[in-house]
Design a protein around this ligand. Sequence first.
Ligand SMILES: [Zn+2]
Length: 319
Amino acid sequence: MLTAYNEKQERVLARNALRDALYFCPICHEQLILKQGNKNIAHFAHGRQCAHHSSGETLLHYKLKLLLFHILSNYYNDVQLEPYLSGIQQIPDIVVGDNAIEVQLSPLPVQQMRKRTEGLQCAGYRVTWLTTLPKYRQGIYHLNQLQQSCIDPVHCVMYGIHPINYRLYRLNNMMSLTARHFHADCEPIAYEQLLADDARSCVGMTTVRKLATARIIQYVIQCRRKKSVHDPVLSLIYQMKLTEAQVIQLTGFIFPEQIHVHTHPVLWQLKVFAALRYQHDPYHALAHCIKLRQFATRTYSSRAIIEQLVERYRKIIKL
Ligand SMILES: [Zn+2]
């Protein structure tokens, strides 16, 4: 933590803390250890694990929090660094008015992120999650679990900080291609614009797209390489005696709901196609194989998403 309470219950920035004074955690009241030094950013640490805090705040995390705090303080009067919100027993990284900003760099289960979001929302805050900018290779963004959790699925945007130059970027029009690969437009955005940034003007994806033929073929080749007779894609292709051309024609549709889906579009579309061909219930077939993505900001009804996907797929292949 960058701040703590002194014996007079005043909040003190670690940088201004005194070596021989006592400082306490606002949540668990444990006495904290002040860590200062040439290499360190001054901060407070728990002697033992405090259940209320995520452990392992890194140097980069401290740096980014301070950077955000200093930049926003130039533009807003009411910027708070790590304020303790006693009503919900949470310490968001930055609060400006009714906006709360959480900077998350280390992996954290999405359930915990959502719990924090819900707590802050109950206390009346609008929550924005920032994480590191995803890697970009050959026109595709590669998102880890944490980065995927930070996506705002309503507007198909996420905010990412460049880990070396610390600049802030917004990925717009995010389109999920596979479990980790996304298409997106990347735009730099000034930190001071973050709170005024109306991501709500981004409508996300509204039309149906198709995965490039080369990507569909590449995926099937990957499945073949696994050399497993149990590979679901290969079994489905074999079972239905589909040619490569048919697989390309029948699968690889990217519907707007794909942002919620981890499962590769070729796989789940083959499953639904098989269910329709053999007159099984396509909803159950899909519900059985699909893995849905979870987000830090809100929850969704998986039933509604799966029904929507089945309906859209049936419509597009006219079955
Ligand atoms: Zn504590």
